[in-house]
Design a protein around this ligand. Structure first.
Ligand code: SAH
Ligand code: ZN
Ligand code: ZN
Ligand code: ZN
Ligand code: ZN
Length: 421
């Protein structure tokens, strides 16, 4: 889909040179598309680019994959193979081409229903960063959504949640439906066009064109009062600005489905992201608040609920649903703070001075009277820097000034210019 327009800024200078680069791949090694904003592109280069794109299309279209799947499920168990190297379901006529590849046999119906277990997670940090929910967290999310009365979930980059919703719907009388939007095209082997759209959440691009866009629009239309929510868990290396712009477009899509009903309302949303992005997310969505719930992952060693209890997940739920409605599991130590009117971590103490439960990471934070706010327990107040910080730090650092605007007094992450662009 469309590239994004970036700007190269050098320290202290306004208005650097602008260029287009790939929206989805933040590593030039994965996609080397680069073009200065004002660059003239020759016919030859355009043609070469188109040729390159043509030759890098997936081997089957979504439609073809759906047909293949229909044939695949008709096969007896002994003939159901999945090539691990090509990450592809194989029909008997194709076996020959994959003979020297590793493959799995006897693919069961249960396996076909949980593709996120069958496919290997694309862990490339800068592009896919596929970190799958631990069962506990996925179950919690689904229960929460149903308890809140939602009947439709637009799963944006949450294949495992999508999968759990579908398997629940077929087992029990859980009436929740899900539509998966994801850039990982491997999922098109397992889901029809009404269940999965190949989508890029950094530029709101539907690879399936107008038909896919229409599928999404229809799904967002709240027929028979079936309320819909968007749940998204983007790669953490992703640009918040680009993501926010796409999510606003999804919200806009939702709004347009109902001319009168939605005038002053915002589409409900769960944006799952690390807590240190809180201020960035609130910049774009002031109606959102961050929940204390720690989201856990299966294949992310760092983010797992540690056995020692030390390693805690930094990943949280940001939502525009009233915080008091988000009930967190008491058996995991969360409790309700009546002052803040929300559930908080067991270690999160209500600070009388801030008049809020101030911990972001689940540990007990301490109040600094000089900074007039609560800070991490490991920080100390440095009189040189005039703020609380790590005990080990070099005081000169802030004198150099901000990397973005060059002014002293703040660092790059807090630069007012960054949050405005
Ligand atoms: N925790 C989720 C998975 C989150 S990992 C779960 O268990 O369901 C991030 C997801 O976003 C992956 O599924 C990945 O394929 C998808 N993704 C990565 N980049 C994307 C992009 N540009 N557009 C859409 N989806 C993307
Ligand atoms: Zn409180
Ligand atoms: Zn405080
Ligand atoms: Zn301080
Ligand atoms: Zn200092």
């Amino acid at each position: 889909g469309p590239a994004l327009l970036f700007e190269k800024t050098s320290q202290g200078k306004e208005g650097g040179r602008r260029f287009y680069a790939c929206s989805a791949c933040r590593d030039r090694k994965d996609c080397n598309f680069f073009q200065w904003e004002d660059e003239k592109v020759s016919e030859a280069r355009l043609a070469a680019r188109e040729e390159y794109n043509r030759s890098h299309q997936p081997s089957f279209t979504h439609r073809q994959n759906v047909d293949r799947f229909k044939n695949f499920v008709l096969l007896p168990l002994s003939k159901r193979r999945f090539c691990q190297e090509c990450q592809q379901l194989l029909l008997p006529a194709e076996w020959e081409k994959h003979l020297d590849h590793q493959f799995l046999c006897n693919i069961s119906t249960a396996q076909l229903k949980s593709p996120s277990q069958l496919l290997y997670p694309l862990e490339n940090k800068k592009t896919n960063a596929q970190y799958l929910f631990a069962d506990r967290s996925c179950q919690f999310l689904l229960n929460l959504l149903t308890d809140l009365g939602f009947r439709r979930v637009l799963s944006v980059g949450t294949p495992r949640l999508h999968e759990m919703i579908r398997s629940k719907a077929s087992q029990e009388d859980c009436r929740v439906r899900s539509l998966l939007l994801d850039i990982d095209f491997r999922y098109s082997q397992f889901y029809t066009e009404d269940e999965f759209c190949h989508y890029n959440m950094f530029n709101h691009h539907f690879f399936g064109g107008e038909a896919a866009r229409e599928t999404c629009r229809k799904f967002l239309y709240e027929e028979n009062g079936e309320r819909v929510i968007v749940v998204t868990d983007p790669p953490f290396g992703g640009l918040v600005e680009a993501l926010a712009s796409s999510f606003k477009k999804l919200m806009e899509m939702w709004k347009e489905t109902e001319k009168e009903g939605h005038v002053n309302k915002e589409m409900p949303m769960f944006w799952i992201f690390p807590y240190f992005f809180e201020s960035r997310i609130l910049d774009f969505f002031p109606s959102f608040s961050m929940m204390d719930y720690q989201v856990d992952y299966d294949n992310h060693a760092l983010y797992k609920h540690g056995k020692t209890g030390r390693r805690q997940s930094p990943v949280r739920i940001f939502t525009n649903i009233t915080p008091s409605m988000i009930v967190l599991p008491e058996e995991e130590g969360y409790r309700f703070c009546t002052v803040c009117q929300r559930y908080v971590s067991s270690g999160n103490q209500h600070c009388e001075i801030c008049n809020s439960c101030t911990s972001k990471d689940g540990r007990r934070w301490k109040h600094c009277v000089l900074c007039k706010k609560c800070v991490k327990p490991s920080w100390i107040h440095c009189n040189n820097c005039n703020c609380c910080t790590l005990q080990k730090h070099s005081c000169e650092k802030t004198d150099v000034g901000c990397f973005v605007c060059g002014k002293a007094g703040h660092k790059r992450s807090a630069c007012p210019r960054l949050s405005r662009t």
